[in-house]
Ligand binder design. Structure first.
Ligand code: SAM
Length: 162
């Protein structure tokens, strides 16, 4: 992620899914301003607590919002999709127009532990199917070119080409 921020000279990020604000801090440490959305109140509060004592808090704004219900006209250099895995496609479609020229959309956990559909329970199967649908959507997308990297739990980097 740090390499990506440097390579693409990322200065502004919309993050979907703050959790404890770990990734927001990494982004801010490398010079980006972060707007992060969190729909879980406990997590939102944990993120706020972590921000209070942080030297980076000027560059991180966390909102208690469900990303699917949040609208903004702001544009970002990077959108980081790290919310519920069954909604990756919806997140992408909702925020793709919030990218600056040459902006990128990063999606985390795209390999989802390399689990196999035939070996998992029904709930996990639903997640895997949705992630697979999302990957197919990215592969066929003519407006964005996507590369898939086998780092961590897998990430995709989608860049506008049209
Ligand atoms: C994997 S964690 C995020 C981790 C964080 N980005 C990091 O790397 O430190 C996923 C978080 O996304 C939140 N989330 C899931 N769906 C969301 C949505 N629709 N809008 C906002 N937050 C969401 C969950 O509550 C959870 O805290």
């Amino acid at each position: 992620m740090i390499k990506i921020i440097k390579k693409y000279n990322i200065k502004s990020i919309l993050e979907i899914g703050t959790a404890n604000s770990y990734s927001s801090h990494i982004f801010a440490r490398y010079g980006a301003k972060v707007l992060s959305l969190e729909k879980n109140y406990k997590m939102y509060n944990l993120a706020l607590k972590n921000l209070i004592n942080s030297k980076l808090n000027k560059n991180i704004q966390v909102l208690f919002k469900d990303a699917l219900l949040y609208d903004t006209n702001k544009k970002f250099d990077m959108i980081f999709i790290d919310g519920s895995k069954t909604n990756y496609l919806k997140f992408f479609q909702k925020f793709q127009n919030n990218l600056n020229h040459k902006g990128i959309i990063i999606t985390d956990n795209i390999n989802f532990h390399k689990l196999k559909i035939e070996e998992v329970n029904r709930r996990t199967k639903k997640i895997l199917l949705r992630i697979n649908e999302y990957k197919e959507f990215l592969k066929k997308n003519k407006i964005f070119k996507t590369i898939f990297l086998d780092v961590g739990d897998g990430i995709s980097i989608s860049k506008k080409v049209k």
